[in-house]
Design a binder for this molecule. Structure first.
Ligand SMILES: Nc1nc2c(ncn2[C@@H]2O[C@H](COP(=O)(O)OP(=O)(O)OP(=O)(O)O)[C@@H](O)[C@H]2O)c(=O)[nH]1
Ligand SMILES: [Mg+2]
Ligand SMILES: [Zn+2]
Ligand SMILES: [Zn+2]
Length: 422
């Protein structure tokens, strides 16, 4: 099988400009604005002023006093501030005044959205995935994960890393966007690839590619109602790829496969919270937004991941692809990928949740199934289990998406002799 037979990615669809990863407005490049660097030490510059546009986005004036924003041609990477004459390379979105990192302006960023029902494990997954990308997986991929703004850094520490990873407390239920302002965590994942067999004279042999990882920790509650808020819709519409998280404990047929049903707030018999209904609601919204005619499948790549797979009976995992540890070579092992996909599909059918698979196949041209565990073990009394957080295959959906985006090679370790693609 050819390893280069990747289909074109819809994310590469010609956009009229770039999509702001904060407010999801589509901005023509020439309309991108600049923010003065401000005064620092002996360097002259403008004084901070209240940025009302940013304050409106934040829903608060805290953190919105910054050096002024000005217009200049956003196609350039730098511009001189009309107030103080100093050059700045800080570009911002004209709609919400959030920073647009140059790597994001210069290479078409890709937005990955994360969705799931209440209690599916979204917040826990975000905490762990980001940690993995900043550490083990980042090293393996030779990729750096950099937060695009200080608020992302602060919020990741305060709401995710500190409670879950340091204090080992389970994360609280995410509050509804109706009661508290919601803002995405915006990161840039940058990977430098050295193209094998290409000398530096042929374009340098090194290519830097970026992916905007925009994680919007939606409250499951907000996806329950049909009135998905406008920001949610814009988020989903802007997404070049979607990760759906599904709690297997919510699949009625899976109960028998679970080692112990965890205590805590299950969603019970509420049909609005069933995974397939959440996915259907999001799919309807996507269809409306993309104007996809009925009968045609949506082109957005979708990774559907069963969460909490540590909760499945050990017997079920033994001898299974899910149980195998992924070999980490900075490439996607396509044999392993197919084996996991087939196993999760078999589990869904065994659990009488085959309709989920059928539905995805009808609606999406490109979807893949995963099994992940963010915690790696059952939590106890509101805390992470005694072994600490030991994530398991948490990065798999993201690796697959990187592969789909052409940012990661696919390899088949067996049989030997195949070109490793790329
Ligand atoms: N066994 C196991 N349990 C998990 C795992 N991840 C999450 N959980 C459990 O699922 C609960 C909900 O996880 P959250 O990450 O808060 O879920 P959420 O999707 O953010 O929920 P809402 O914010 O209410 O929409 C946690 O409190 C844990 O009890 C996991 O990897 N393994
Ligand atoms: Mg949450
Ligand atoms: Zn200035
Ligand atoms: Zn914006």
């Amino acid at each position: 099988m050819s390893l280069t037979s990747r289909v074109p990615i819809p994310g590469a669809r010609a956009r009229q400009g770039l999509t702001c990863p904060y407010c999801f407005a589509v901005v023509p490049l020439q309309d991108v604005r600049f923010r003065c660097r401000g005064r620092a030490g002996r360097r002259p510059g403008c004084e901070p002023v209240l940025d009302e546009t940013l304050a409106e986005y934040l829903g608060s004036t805290a953190g919105a006093s910054l050096p002024p924003v000005f217009s200049a041609t956003g196609r350039r990477t730098r511009a001189a501030c009309p107030g103080c004459g100093q050059e700045t390379g800080n570009r911002v979105c004209p709609e919400c005044h959030n920073p647009l990192p140059s790597a994001y302006c210069d290479s078409p960023g890709r937005i990955v959205a994360l969705v799931g029902a209440k209690n599916a494990g979204k917040s826990t997954y975000i905490a762990v995935l980001l940690h993995e990308l900043m550490n083990r997986v980042g090293t393996e991929l030779d990729a750096s994960l950099v937060a695009c703004d200080d608020r992302t850094i602060d919020r990741y520490k305060r709401d995710f890393a500190r409670p879950l990873l340091e204090e080992r407390r389970l994360l609280p239920t995410t509050t509804s966007a109706a009661t508290s302002a919601r803002e995405p965590l915006v990161y840039l994942l940058t990977r430098t690839r050295t193209r094998r067999g290409r000398g530096p004279r042929l374009g340098g042999g090194r290519r830097t590619e970026s992916l905007a990882l925009v994680l919007f920790d939606t409250a499951g509650e907000d996806l329950r109602s049909r009135q998905v808020t406008d920001l949610h819709l814009r988020y989903l519409e802007a997404a070049d790829a979607i990760i759906f998280l599904v709690d297997p404990l919510e699949l009625p047929g899976a109960r028998a496969s679970v080692a112990a049903v965890p205590p805590g707030p299950g969603t019970g018999d509420d049909p609005d919270s069933e995974p397939i209904n959440i996915i259907a609601r999001v799919t309807d919204a996507l269809r409306a937004r993309h104007g996809t005619p009925p009968g045609r499948r949506l082109p957005v790549p979708v990774a559907v991941a069963l969460t909490k797979i540590d909760a499945l009976r050990p017997g079920l995992l033994r001898q299974s692809a899910l149980h195998r540890t992924r070999g980490g070579e900075g490439a996607l092992d396509l044999d392993d990928r197919e084996a996991v996909d087939a196993q999760v599909r078999a589990l869904l059918h065994e659990w009488h949740a085959g309709q989920l698979d059928v539905y995805l196949d009808q609606q999406y041209a490109d979807y893949a199934l995963f099994g992940v565990s963010a915690l790696g073990g059952m939590p106890e009394d509101g805390r992470v289990g005694p072994g600490g957080v030991r994530p398991y295959r948490a990065e798999d959906p993201l690796l697959w998406l990187l592969y789909r985006f052409g940012m990661l090679d696919g390899v088949r370790p067996q049989p030997a002799g195949l070109d490793s693609g790329g």
